[in-house]
Design a protein around this ligand. Structure first.
Ligand SMILES: *Cc1c(COP(=O)(O)O)cnc(C)c1O
Length: 406
């Protein structure tokens, strides 16, 4: 029997924007109460944030982790630790959160956008290699929707040149490339704990590394570069306060217990959803490289506009009737088409640091990004959550099946 909108009761899917799709509960309440009662709400004096950092480093199998106030702060601390000279270039992706890009400009470096694989939306070794120059100072990769980039290939390009790779794992907690966790391949791994991420403190983030010097520089950067505990402390260099509070640290520690379950559950559910959607005409299920493990921040379909009227946009319109809020085009447009980049809207009228850029580094011509435009034209991002039940998956799959036709 095929179901229609009229015959099924449309139930709301659990959402990561409220309690229905979050794992916040008694453990968090107990921890945050304890933090409050202690009267110590700064992580410089309290224990909760420090413990969270220690346990997160253990979970990643790395020596150093520093909690920060957002995923944006995590990327900023990573870039500041690399300490590029003004005008040096950082190769990255135009399909990411703006919080992964603006820190590059704040540190005086030039984001140089690489093209992406039209099937995954991820940067590749090849697209990165095309953008390398003698000014390349670092590479930032985003594991889009929890699907690992080809870190093996990317490191083969980066390592011989001594160019550090920063992994933006904001959407990819617990994901693995060839059996190894993402965030442990590059020089630094960055995570976000914003409301909609795998674990949350409302706002928050964390950076990880095995490199003691980078860890020290990140620690200083998020502490106004004040040398806490040093014999003659000073403010050593230009830096900010990006600390996580103890209230957030308490929640983060409790959330961390649940992370392995959250990631595993999302993998199980995604496998089931893929089974249900695999053979639908006009729809391609997500591709994860052989041997990799995606942890499914979202579930991104590729829609064939030849077979589905209106393509991804049309499908999204019709999915609304089924109570499914999806995002065609994901971020709508590549980052370089946002006003920040189009008009170089930065500090006053200076356009700083763009006047330092090579013309090619800021050439955003459409023909240089065939994969980006192909990807955005076809992608439809479905919401995804560890609290989905079989019934939710059935409803989601039914909705997609039926919404393919007007
Ligand atoms: C969410 C996100 C960020 C920014 O994190 P915030 O905590 O929102 O500042 C950066 N990069 C990616 C890929 C993200 O998804």
């Amino acid at each position: 029997m095929t179901l229609s909108v009229d015959t099924v009761k449309v139930v709301a899917l659990p959402s990561d924007q409220d309690a229905s799709g979050r794992t916040l509960g008694d453990e968090e309440i107990a921890a945050i109460s304890e933090a409050l009662r202690s009267g110590t709400l700064t992580c410089t004096k309290g224990r909760f944030t420090k413990e969270f950092e220690k346990r997160f480093a253990e979970l990643m199998g790395l020596r150093h982790a520093h909690a920060v106030s957002s995923g944006t702060a995590a990327i900023h601390a990573a870039i500041a630790a690399i300490d590029p000279e003004p005008g040096e270039e950082i190769i990255t992706t135009p399909i990411t959160d703006m919080g992964a890009l603006t820190p590059i400009l704040y540190q005086g470096a030039i984001p140089v956008f690489a093209d992406v694989d039209p099937l995954t939306g991820n940067v590749t070794a090849k697209t990165i290699a095309e953008r390398l120059s003698d000014r390349t100072r670092a590479i930032v990769v985003t594991h889009l929707f929890g699907n690992p980039c080809d870190l093996t290939g990317i490191l083969e390009v980066a390592r011989p040149r001594g160019v550090p790779v920063i992994e933006d794992c904001a959407q990819a907690f617990e994901a693995r490339h060839r059996g190894q966790k993402v965030g442990t391949f590059g020089a630094i791994g960055c995570f976000s704990m914003q409301q909609g991420k795998h674990i949350t403190t409302g706002e928050g983030g964390i950076v990880v590394t095995d490199d003691a010097d980078l860890a020290r520089r990140m620690y200083l950067f998020l502490n106004k570069a004040w040398g806490y505990g040093d014999p003659n402390p000073d403010h050593y260099f230009l830096a900010l306060n990006y600390r996580l509070s103890e209230l957030q640290g308490a929640v983060a520690g409790s959330q961390l217990h649940k992370l392995p379950w959250v990631a595993r559950r999302r993998q199980e559910l995604a496998a089931q959803l893929t089974e249900r959607l695999r053979d639908l005409e006009g729809i391609e299920v997500p591709r994860v490289a052989e041997g990799d493990e995606c942890t499914w921040w979202k579930y991104a379909l590729r829609v064939d506009p030849q077979l589905v009227p209106g393509g991804a946009v049309g499908l999204a319109q019709r999915l609304k009737r089924w109570g499914v809020a999806s995002a065609p085009r994901y971020i709508q447009k590549p980052a370089f088409q946002c006003r920040i980049f189009r008009e170089q809207a930065t500090f006053g009228r200076s356009r700083w640091p763009f006047p330092l850029a090579r013309p090619e580094a800021v050439d955003y011509s459409v023909e240089r990004f065939p994969g980006v435009f192909d990807y955005l034209e076809h992608v439809l991002v479905l919401p995804f959550n560890e609290r989905y039940t079989e019934a939710h998956l059935d409803q989601l799959a039914d909705a997609v099946r039926q919404a393919r036709q007007p």
